[in-house]
Each structure stands twice: as structure tokens, then as C-alpha cells.
Write a protein that binds this ligand. Structure first.
Ligand SMILES: *[C@@H]1O[C@H](CO)[C@@H](O)[C@H](O)[C@H]1NC(C)=O
Ligand SMILES: *[C@@H]1O[C@H](CO)[C@@H](O)[C@H](O)[C@H]1NC(C)=O
Ligand SMILES: *[C@@H]1O[C@H](CO)[C@@H](O)[C@H](O)[C@H]1NC(C)=O
Ligand SMILES: *[C@@H]1O[C@H](CO)[C@@H](O)[C@H](O)[C@H]1NC(C)=O
Ligand SMILES: [Zn+2]
Length: 412
């Protein structure tokens, strides 16, 4: 049944209320069909009736905010989200020992990410974390990381809905859910630049310098592990070599999870723009995983990107939170450094609790709707959804091309 016709005929509160709960796109599509249908079945009077109905619908839509819902979906169809951080690969290890044959990735229980929900969320690109726990540092971290890279490769090649990409061009032109691989934590390279280079060859295009532990060469924002206590040396000589080697390879440097001092040192060292793949605004929620305003300013000068984390702990500081508090982080960062420095790094399946209305990867459109309500322009949101990330990735590749004559660093 076409709701527009019902709304046009009845215009009672209950009917219009019910209409709001149908998917907006389907209503518009059905109603467009209905506009033509009367010519053959009902003649001119039917057509006029449809036209009058449409007028009432538009009036009701504009005044109710209904159009914003449709606008968000159209925007996300034209600019599918590229999200900076997702930990479903970790869940595949924890829940299924990486045995993909035992599950259907279209619909996985006990996780927040699967193909059905990625599609509903208009996700067109996802950076998947190859993460291994800090206690594996200097033990089997490299092998475990290889196994996580393997499961992402398998996931993204065994399902036709996915496509592994390793260049900005392939990411930009992908019509599928493009998969990017990121390594989450410098402990995964075991202080070996050769291991870093081989990860690049396996398709890894981003690495966070630390997870929740210090490495011998960089400092974490967390103190839950006691590895390598720092002595006023947040990014060592070797740490700077890692940054330079990542610039040379064309791998994005991710400062989420690193200490602010390490991040400041990276910003002074890197020739290419850097990212926070999943961090939010410290001014809105005072958590050390978030980014303070002075560091945001330095990030802007670097032309880098902060991809806002949606985890309740970083968004609402202890409370569960809702879409409104999540949107406050976007508003704040936009006020400080502009919308062109912002992306989204949901952190789904890497954290336990998410704000009401943002429970899994199907919910991104609700966030975009909220930002539209807050008068963010379509151009700003196209940037937040994907264009800002593509710009940074392209710039990282450009720096790599400029460094083509530079030899690999041999430091150990
Ligand atoms: C996913 O599977 C569960 C049962 O395992 C089912 O109840 C649910 O409807 C499915 N969801 C989708 C989107 O297919
Ligand atoms: C740490 O090093 C910086 C620069 O080398 C210096 O300015 C600062 O005083 C040092 N801080 C401590 C606590 O040693
Ligand atoms: C979101 O949470 C805040 C703080 O708890 C509250 O004031 C606000 O009304 C909530 N907004 C919505 C839309 O629920
Ligand atoms: C958005 O813009 C409209 C029209 O300019 C204005 O009335 C409204 O208050 C603005 N809303 C916000 C949240 O800024
Ligand atoms: Zn993380």
C-alpha cells in the first residue's frame, strides 16, 4: 500500500505516524510508480488524485523531518561509508577459531558486523583490524598477526559481496564492500622493519603504532601493561625509522591508542598525513584514548584525519549515551579544525557497549541523519563518509611515489 495515497486521503495523525515507520526509499519508489499507474487504470481523475496526494505528502514530509531520513540514505548511496576501524576479525578468532566454514558471514550471531548489516548501514569500505593481544609481544605476535591477516583475506575473497583493496584507486571505484587491512599495534612487527615491509606486501595499508602496551619504540595511551616503561622518550630513534619506513612504503600511520606525546612526535616526523582511525574528542569526553584540541590543531596542519570512535566509553565517558552525544563529538571537532579533517571509525566488535541507536554497523544512517538535522551540509558529510579518507590515502600514496628512490631502512 502506498502511504502517500493514504496520507493524502486521510491525513489523520495515526496514518501519517505509521507512514513514518516504513522505509522511506520504498515509499518514494512505490509512490512514483503509483503516479504513472492511474493513467492506464484510473484515468485522469486518478492521476490528479495522486498529484494532490503527493502535494500533501511533500508538505507533511518537509514539516516532519521525514525528508532528512530519505536525504541521509540518498547521500550514503552516493557516498558509501568508508569506516576506519572494525574488529570482527578478532571476534572470528574468539568465537570461531577463524573457521569460516562453520559460519555464514551474511548473518553472524553475537557480533555487530556481518554482510547483511554492513549493507543496511551503507558501508562501502571497511578497514579491518588485524589485532593480536599485547601479551603476545616478543612471543608469537607475528604469527598471530599473520593468522588475522589470513582470515581477513579469506573473508574478503570467499564472499562475492567483499573485495580486498590495496590502493586508493581500487577503494574509490569498488562497487562492493571494499576491505582494507590494518595492523592494530606495533608489537605485531616485533621491532623488525623487514616484518613491516612484508606486512605491506600482504596488503596491509595502515598500522597503529601501539595498542594498549608500549613497544620498545613507542608509547601507549594506556598503562594496563608494564612493558617498556618510558623514560621521556615517546618515539625512539627506531620509532622514527618506523614512521619513515611507513612513509616510504605508503602505509598509513595510525595514532589511535598511542600516547599524546608519541602522536606529537609522529606529527613532527611524518612526511605524509596521518590518521586516528578510531578516537573521539577529549574535550567532549575526557578519556586518554581521545584527542585533545591542541593535537587536533596539529593534525589539521598535517592534513590528517580523525575518524570518530562510537564506543560508549569514549563517546559518553561511562554512560551508555545516545546519538546526540556521539554527534556532539563531530560538532566539536568541526568547530575546532573543520569537517574536512573528520571521518568515522566505529570500533564495532572491538568494544562492548555502544550508544542507544548505534548498536551495530547497520545504524550509521541514524548518525548521518542527526548531523543533517544539525545543519551539516551534504558536501561536509560526503567528506566525512568517504572523500576525506580517500584524500588522505591518495596523499600517502603520493608521498610513497615521491620517495621512490629512497632505499629501505636497515636499522634494527
Ligand atoms: C539472522 O539469523 C537469525 C537466526 O540465526 C534470524 O533470526 C535473523 O532473522 C537473521 N537476520 C537476517 C538479517 O538475516
Ligand atoms: C623530556 O625531554 C624534553 C626534550 O628533550 C625536555 O624538554 C623535557 O624537559 C624532558 N622532560 C623530563 C621530565 O625529563
Ligand atoms: C541523549 O542523552 C542526553 C544526556 O543523557 C539527554 O539529555 C538527551 O535528551 C538524549 N537525547 C535523546 C535524543 O535521547
Ligand atoms: C539549522 O538551520 C535552520 C535554518 O537556517 C535553523 O532554523 C536551525 O536553528 C538550525 N539548526 C541548528 C541545529 O543549527
Ligand atoms: Zn582499538
Amino acid at each position: 500500500m502506498c502511504c502517500v495515497l493514504k496520507a493524502g486521503r486521510l491525513l489523520d495523525a495515526e496514518t501519517t505516524h505509521n507512514c513514518l515507520h516504513l522505509p522511506a526509499r520504498r515509499i518514494l519508489r512505490n509512490c512514483t510508480k503509483m503516479l504513472f499507474w492511474p493513467f492506464s487504470k484510473m484515468g485522469l481523475s486518478g492521476c490528479m488524485f495522486s498529484g494532490i496526494s503527493l502535494f500533501f505528502f511533500m508538505h507533511f514530509a518537509v514539516t516532519s523531518g521525514f525528508l532528512v531520513e530519505e536525504k541521509a540514505l540518498v547521500l550514503m548511496t552516493n557516498y558509501p561509508l568508508i569506516d576506519g576501524h572494525n574488529d570482527v576479525a578478532l571476534q572470528l578468532r574468539i568465537l570461531h577459531d577463524n573457521r569460516l566454514s562453520k559460519i555464514d558471514l551474511h548473518n553472524i550471531s553475537k557480533v555487530a558486523t556481518d554482510i547483511n548489516r554492513l549493507r543496511a548501514g551503507h558501508v562501502g569500505g571497511q578497514m579491518y583490524a588485524a589485532y593480536v593481544i599485547c601479551t603476545a609481544q616478543e612471543k608469537d605476535a607475528v604469527r598471530l598477526t599473520l593468522e588475522q591477516i589470513d582470515v581477513i583475506h579469506r573473508m574478503c575473497s570467499e564472499y562475492p559481496e567483499f573485495e580486498l583493496v590495496t590502493t586508493s584507486h581500487a577503494l574509490r571505484s569498488s562497487k562492493k564492500i571494499a576491505c582494507l587491512i590494518s595492523v592494530e599495534g606495533g608489537h605485531s612487527i616485533d621491532s623488525s622493519l623487514a616484518a613491516l615491509r612484508m606486512f605491506y606486501r600482504l596488503g596491509v595499508r595502515s598500522m597503529a603504532l601501539t595498542h594498549t602496551c608500549n613497544t620498545p619504540w613507542a608509547e601507549s595511551s594506556s598503562e594496563i601493561y608494564t612493558f617498556y616503561p618510558r623514560d621521556n622518550n615517546s618515539l625512539t630513534h627506531f620509532g622514527k625509522a618506523v614512521v619513515k619506513e611507513m612513509n616510504r612504503l605508503g602505509m598509513m600511520i595510525d595514532m589511535s591508542h598511542s600516547s599524546w606525546d608519541t602522536a606529537r612526535a609522529v606529527l613532527q616526523t611524518s612526511q605524509a598525513p596521518v590518521i586516528f582511525s578510531h578516537s573521539s574528542a577529549f574535550t567532549v569526553c575526557n578519556h586518554r584514548r581521545n584527542v585533545p584540541d591542541d593535537l587536533l590543531q596539529a593534525l589539521k596542519e598535517n592534513k590528517g584525519l580523525i575518524m570518530v570512535n562510537l564506543y560508549s566509553g569514549f563517546v559518553a565517558c561511562g554512560a551508555k549515551g545516545n546519538i546526540s552525544i556521539a554527534a556532539d563529538h563531530f560538532d566539536h571537532i568541526k568547530n575546532v579544525i573543520g569537517a574536512e579533517s573528520i571521518g568515522i571509525g566505529g570500533d564495532y566488535d572491538g568494544a562492548a557497549e555502544f550508544p542507544e541507536g548505534l548498536e551495530d554497523v547497520s545504524k550509521y544512517p541514524a548518525l548521518i541523519q542527526e548531523l543533517l538535522h544539525r545543519n551539516w551540509s551534504e558536501a561536509e558529510l560526503a567528506g566525512v563518509l568517504r572523500l576525506n579518507f580517500l584524500r588522505v590515502f591518495e596523499q600517502v600514496e603520493k608521498v610513497r611515489d615521491e620517495l621512490k628512490g629512497t632505499l629501505p631502512v636497515e636499522l634494527s
